[in-house]
Write a protein that binds this ligand. Structure first.
Ligand code: ZN
Length: 157
């Protein structure tokens, strides 16, 4: 298991546009592996490569169903609307209210560089939008309606 350092807001790498993956090299496979380790360690549901300092169009997501790897992803369909709290591993301890589509269809390459299409609603749709925004240097904080809130952790247990 190899953990990478999660870049936090203010790091200029988070505002840069990522480059497409041409070939899935062993180094990039290792990156994907490390991204999952780093995301699980931080109790996140999604992580984009720029958050660990790599400007490549790679995203990992796991909302508790199955681990998802998206390479060079693009949103090809959306519908509906959902408004709810959103957070980001690059903005630790904060959350804010963001409106996103309630249904999102994504086209991407998988770990075999084969084209896949995935659909998501609710949390998964939100994760697709949030993580894909990272690949274009866009942080959810620019979309927050109202104030960012400080997340209070319940450490009674
Ligand atoms: Zn994020």
């Amino acid at each position: 298991m190899a953990l990478r350092t999660i870049r936090t807001e203010g790091d200029p790498i988070l505002t840069k546009k990522c480059r497409p993956v041409e070939e899935l090299t062993p180094k990039l496979r290792e990156l994907i592996h490390d991204m999952f380790d780093t995301m699980y360690e931080a109790f996140g549901v999604g992580l984009a490569a720029p958050q660990v300092g790599v400007l490549k169009r790679i995203v990992v997501i796991d909302i508790g169903d199955d681990p998802i790897v998206l390479i060079n992803p693009e949103i090809i369909e959306t519908s509906g609307e959902q408004t709810g709290d959103e957070g980001c591993l690059s903005v630790p301890g904060k959350s804010g209210c963001v409106t996103r589509p309630n249904y999102v269809k994504v086209r991407a390459l998988d770990e075999d560089m084969e084209e896949i299409e995935l659909e998501g609603t609710e949390l998964l749709a939100r994760a697709f939008c949030h993580e894909l925004d990272h690949l274009d240097g866009k942080m959810y904080t620019s979309l927050v309606e109202g104030e960012l809130h400080t997340v209070v952790y319940d450490d009674e247990e």
